[in-house]
Design a protein. Structure first.
Lengths: 754, 158, 292
């Protein structure tokens, strides 16, 4: 029987239900010390004095690490623009000014003590003097005339430091010819990852003398590289291991405590102290101290014929990158490619900017710029349908990208474009042609009892496409190793195997997918395969758990490694080793004026969603009755895990759209707790979420697999806004759709009691 | 800091530990008793990851001061299985993929046990109410509800 | 910080007297978040849960006596109490999740003095009184006299609430509590509305209406009460009560709601809570509107 298509249980599930699983925060090795990471608490200021003497003398303190201890005081995933530690003195081997705090959660020092309480108490004894610098609070402040620069050292010499352009056809003529123009300005909110496990880790020197960090991340080898860079060590002097990871969603793509933990161990080592060090952030420190889904603003105009056929799109987009780039330049690229929608757009002028401010950095979060672009494009498309009295599904049929379509960057999409089929399946499952449903009472499970008088009901539709794998020429690869074991007999088949991969299981079940694909590739049972995962000491670089790429990329690497191992097996090797480094077709960066036809991606995934909701027009409360998510997954590896990704992504989108309201004022996060930042609870979610999985193979995907974990998050918010319009006749151009916001917009439009 | 000696029945075993008065039961269970299946998700009683059963009632152990546990009977996720034999809830969470990252799982299991102890055949709405104090960021909750329903039905058959 | 667990009221008073600055607590559901925010809670905390009188719920002929430290879960599980005072019970039942319900008490909810405390409007609407102990004996005041501002009560140093007394409803009298939050559970009220009224042959003969989260302290709304007393709760009366409730608000803008939103929703909830209370008063034994 094939190992694919089976809902096999996860290898980690038993330890997770018994409480035996040891996450990074659960590791208490003998003699372990606690490292408390001190934040500057300064959104924009220059440090003029740092005195750690009192902290170092405090009870239980073993050492205090400061900027002076960092060999190369810079880091960053795609560019080095962030000091590891802020301080008046530094080794001088970085171009990034190290004496300026640009973010309230910049790191100032690491206090290493016998206990957490001692480390935290001693941290309060650190003295520092600061010279205030003018605060750049948000995009408006950053773009204002004469705005102070957040990064004066950046060659752009502007807070809008990264600019992407697409110029296609003749957009001016398109607007002249248009029968209808839809114009909108959209405000896009932050989103906090809110993985349930706050940042934690343990670091030590391993038996081979390597500085070893056990931590929750998304890319072991990138963590290893950045640690080695900052500590000025050879790569093989650093080891990164991922134990079970308590969720990530993009929020662990960038560094949190990896480098500082390594620094702590190194400092102890220099003093002849061979003791492990652990650290754990509180929830508040986690929410203040890591990046967010970008807030931003998009102004756009769409030109179309009276039949609803798109003629042209203009868009100017700004994302608030915050104080450091993180992956903002890459996230911006995804917004750039999705803001005109998954449609044939003959003429376009798109300008997208990443903007430095002193707010929390924007960065990777499931969808990676796609949800922002999709909200704009799909709301525009729904508004176009409404303006022309067209059905939202029908207007998409007239514009959607299909096989052979020329994409927004003037090149054909990679083969296997299945969005037309996905849209049709979604409409069928949602019974889209059925007449409108009668108003429903606002749930049995709302904080208010049912009322039908004030209830309005509506349906909405949206669709999306998203890249699989790294874009725009970023080096893409995945390495797998397979070792086959069995009898020396010439015609014997292997009876067991080892599989080595670094790909991170952040909770999404990647390791089970690897095992099922390896079983399929080797003809062995899953139980016969011994995994060696997520340790730089044993595995090659698999790239990150991001961009819906892990099954796609590692699957291809597994197929290659299995083939190599099989060759060795036939040659009589026992054990038979297969090593394979898979590289996908190359991708390209846009040119500066965005005119040259460019292939930014090698694969895409496709999704559509239909929602049915009721809104209480007196209170602004929304209840979602039904969600249909149709997605082409290419080939189902594990049905249970795939529906788990769909359901999880839809509920994250539900929070993004309806309740998650991160408040950032003057560079400070104001609600860093779950009592104030409301992720959906079990009572808040839609009454039902239905998953429709299509299996139209991706020609280049392993076994036909497509990436799928991000896509279901994208169309949800615009589908909800479309349904709200259907229910009330009112459009929303900003979210989250909290009751006060819904009520205020409805009231301004004269809907519901005044 | 005052230290208090605490004696409690934890997962069936008489357990003694010494704690500072201001320490939460959560930290005492993790650091002093070694029960790291009890997770800290927030420390403010908002997420349920640290849920334990104390004297029969569902509690967020982060909101309980460790000295309050003196004389109490406490059950954590580590106390659900009978040796190698998983509790039906554990088995159904495992089989039903009702977990992903797994940090919230111990709290959900403990909260679901309190529910089924009181109400062996809950409706879906009752399950939602009983688990409203537990946040999960991965699964979208549906598989958790199904797993609790399945466990209830298996326990009734047993 | 030192932990005290006195067995008697006298013992608790003894600690409060001998260790100035110590504070009492019951469920600690507010105390722990405050500690994490760095608030100085003094040299010690006195756990009131071991004192029998503070953990008792008793029904007397004419009133209920609810110990200040009784966890909310015990109130929602009490069928007789729910029958007599459904609004008070549903308010107590809305204080957090089951985990919080195992701990949170009326005494703590009232004395934490949050403007958004769920139990306060319901207790005020029900005419509840607080019995307060100190070294000088006990005194009894109306619940609405307890909170005097956000985080501040009228309790003198050394005083704490022992129990609440609530008259049992006579005749066709019932109460109701509604609150609005952005989600379904586990949140702090954006607006809360407590109503108790008496009906006689379809006419409302008396009413008490109180609002939470719309001013620094709980707000009684005599104008809304006057708008419905003597009426059959017709649309015009309800509209007038709703308008009076909105007008009585003095709310703040924050991340949970704007001033305009809170004023508006206060009116909506008042209208809806009146409907539920009237229904209960005329159809005793129904639990219409209860969220649990």
């Amino acid at each position: 029987m094939s190992a694919l298509g089976q809902s096999l249980p996860r290898p980690d599930a038993r330890d997770k239900v018994t409480g035996d699983a040891r996450y990074p925060g659960d590791r208490f090795p003998p003699d372990v010390l606690f490292a408390f990471i001190v934040f500057t608490d300064q959104p924009h200021a220059r440090i003029t004095r740092l005195d750690t003497a009192a902290a170092e003398a405090a009870e239980g303190v073993v050492a205090v690490v400061t900027a002076a201890d960092v060999p190369v005081n810079e880091y960053g995933l795609t560019m080095f623009d962030q000091p590891v530690l802020i301080g008046p003195t530094s080794s001088g081997r970085s171009a990034v000014p190290h004496d300026v705090s640009r973010w309230e959660a910049d790191h100032l020092a690491v206090v290493i003590a016998e206990t957490e309480e001692q480390a935290r108490s001693a941290a309060a004894l650190i003295e520092s003097d600061w010279e205030a610098l003018p605060l750049v609070a948000d995009i408006d402040a950053a773009l204002a005339d004469g705005a102070p620069l957040v990064h004066p050292e950046h060659p752009a010499q502007s807070n809008a430091y990264h600019h992407l352009v697409i110029t296609k056809g003749d957009v001016a003529t398109a607007f002249e010819r248009a029968d209808v123009v839809i114009e909108g300005t959209y405000e896009l909110p932050y989103q906090e990852h809110a993985y349930l496990q706050p940042e934690a880790g343990v670091a030590y020197v391993d038996e081979e003398g390597r500085i070893t960090v056990e931590v929750a991340g998304q890319w072991t080898h990138e963590d290893q590289e950045q640690i080695a860079h900052a500590l000025d060590l050879d790569l093989d002097a650093v080891r990164v291991i991922y134990p079970p990871i308590g969720g990530a969603f993009g929020g662990r793509e960038d560094m949190s405590l990896q480098i500082v933990l390594a620094l702590a161990v190194r400092k102890l080592n220099e003093r002849g102290i061979d003791r492990p060090v652990r650290s754990q952030w509180s929830r508040e420190e986690s929410i203040v101290g890591h990046h967010k889904r970008h807030r931003g603003r998009v102004h756009t105009r769409w030109a179309a014929t009276k039949d609803g056929v798109l003629l042209g799109v203009e868009a100017t987009s700004h994302l608030d990158a915050g104080s450091y780039n993180y992956t903002s330049n890459k996230v911006l690229g995804n917004l750039h490619l999705t803001v005109a929608g998954p449609y044939e757009v003959p003429n376009a002028q798109l300008d997208s900017y990443a903007v430095y401010t002193n707010a929390v950095p924007g960065g990777a979060f499931r969808g990676f710029g796609g949800p922002q672009g999709c909200f704009v494009s799909e709301t525009q498309m729904n508004r176009l349908a409404a303006a022309l009295h067209l059905d939202p599904v029908e207007v998409r049929r007239r514009n959607v990208l299909g096989e052979g379509s020329i994409g927004i960057t003037s090149t054909p999409l990679p083969a296997g474009v299945s969005l037309p089929e996905v849209i049709e399946e979604c409409a069928i499952e949602a019974d889209w042609e059925a007449p409108p449903r009668p108003p429903a009472a606002i749930g049995a499970f709302a904080s208010l009892p049912p009322t039908t008088e004030a209830s309005r009901r509506g349906r909405g539709f949206a669709c999306a496409y998203k890249n699989i794998g790294f874009s725009f020429g970023f080096p893409e690869r995945s390495v797998a190793d397979i070792v086959l074991h069995g009898s020396d007999d010439a015609d014997a088949r292997p009876t067991s195997a080892e599989l080595y991969l670094a790909g991170a299981d952040v909770g999404q079940g990647a390791h089970l997918a690897f095992l099922q694909m390896a079983a399929e590739a080797t003809g062995l049972d899953v139980e016969a395969i011994t995994p060696g995962f997520s340790d730089t000491a044993t595995s090659g670089d698999s790239g990150s758990a991001s961009a819906s790429r892990l099954s796609w990329m590692t699957g291809n690497a597994i197929l290659g490694a299995a083939e190599e191992a099989e060759k060795a097996w036939r040659d009589g090797d026992r054990p038979a080793r297969g090593h394979f480094r898979y590289t996908p077709p190359p991708t390209e960066m846009l040119d500066p004026d965005g005119r040259t036809p460019t292939t930014p991606n090698f694969a895409y995934g496709y999704v559509a969603e239909a929602v049915d909701l009721s809104v209480d027009v007196e209170t602004g409360h929304i209840v979602v009755h039904d969600v249909v998510c149709a997605i082409d997954v290419g080939r189902i590896i594990n049905p249970q895990q795939v529906t788990g990704q769909i359901e999880g992504a839809v509920i994250q989108a539900h929070g993004y759209c309806l309740s998650e309201n991160l408040v950032v004022i003057d560079g400070r996060v104001m609600n860093p707790r779950f009592s104030g930042y409301l992720i959906p609870g079990i009572g808040d979610i839609p009454e039902q979420v239905r998953s429709v999985m299509l299996e139209i193979p991706d020609p280049r995907g392993p076994f036909g697999v497509r990436g799928m974990a991000e896509m279901p998050l994208m169309p949800y918010a615009p589908a909800i806004v479309g349904a709200l319009y259907d229910a009330t006749g009112v459009w929303f151009d900003s979210f989250p759709l909290t009751p006060p916001r819904v009520r205020a917009v409805l009231r301004a439009a004269g809907v519901g009691a005044s | 800091m005052s230290k208090t000696h605490v004696t409690a029945i934890i997962n069936g075993d008489q357990t003694e530990f010494l704690t500072e008065d201001g320490t939460s039961l959560l930290n005492a269970l993790r650091d002093d008793v070694g029960l790291t299946g009890v997770k800290e998700g927030c420390g403010t009683g908002d997420c349920g990851a640290c849920s334990v059963i104390m004297n029969g009632a569902l509690n967020a152990s982060c909101l309980v001061f460790a000295p309050e546990a003196d004389g109490a009977t406490i059950v954590t996720v580590e106390g659900l299985a009978d040796g190698d034999h998983l509790h039906p809830l554990q088995q159904c969470f495992l089989e039903g993929a009702a977990l992903q990252c797994g940090i919230c799982t111990p709290g959900f299991l403990v909260a679901a046990k309190v529910l089924l102890d009181k109400n062996p055949n809950p409706t879906e709405t009752e399950i939602r109410y009983a688990l409203a104090g537990n946040l999960c960021r991965c699964t979208g909750y549906d598989k958790i509800i199904r797993a609790v329903q399945e466990a209830a039905s298996r326990m009734q058959e047993a | 910080m030192k932990y005290y667990a006195p067995a008697t009221i006298e013992e608790a008073i003894g600690v409060l007297t001998s260790e100035p600055g110590t504070r009492v607590f019951a469920g600690a559901t507010d105390v722990v978040p405050q500690m994490r925010s760095g608030r100085d809670l003094g040299p010690g905390l006195i756990d009131l849960k071991k004192i029998e009188r503070l953990s008792a719920v008793t029904r007397q002929d004419d009133m209920w006596v609810i110990g200040a430290a009784v966890p909310a879960a015990q109130l929602t599980a009490n069928a007789d109490l729910s029958h007599d005072l459904p609004g008070v019970v549903e308010a107590a039942g809305l204080i957090g999740s089951d985990q919080v319900q195992s701990r949170s008490s009326l005494g703590g909810n009232v004395c934490n003095a949050s403007p958004a405390a769920d139990s306060v409007p319901a207790l005020v609407a029900a005419g509840a009184r607080a019995v307060i102990a100190s070294g000088d004996g006990t005194r009894t005041i109306l619940v609405e006299e307890l909170p005097v501002g956000p985080g501040r009560t009228s309790l003198a140093p050394g005083e704490f609430v022992v129990e609440f007394e609530i008259d049992r409803p006579a005749g066709a009298t019932a109460d109701a509590y509604l609150r609005l939050i952005p989600r379904t559970e586990m949140d702090i009220a954006v607006v809360g509305a407590g109503v108790q009224l008496t009906m006689d042959g379809g006419t409302c003969t008396s009413a008490r209406i109180a609002l939470g989260a719309v001013a620094p302290t709980v707000v009684r709304v005599p104008d809304a009460e006057a708008a419905i007393v003597g009426t059959t709760l017709d649309d015009a009366a309800l509209a007038a009560a709703s308008a009076a409730a909105s007008a009585a608000c003095n709310p703040i803008d924050d991340k949970r709601g704007t001033i305009a939103y809170r004023q508006h929703v206060a009116g909506v909830l008042t209208k809806r809570a009146i409907g539920i209370a009237a229904d209960r008063a005329q159809n005793p034994g129904t639990a219409n509107g209860s969220t649990h």
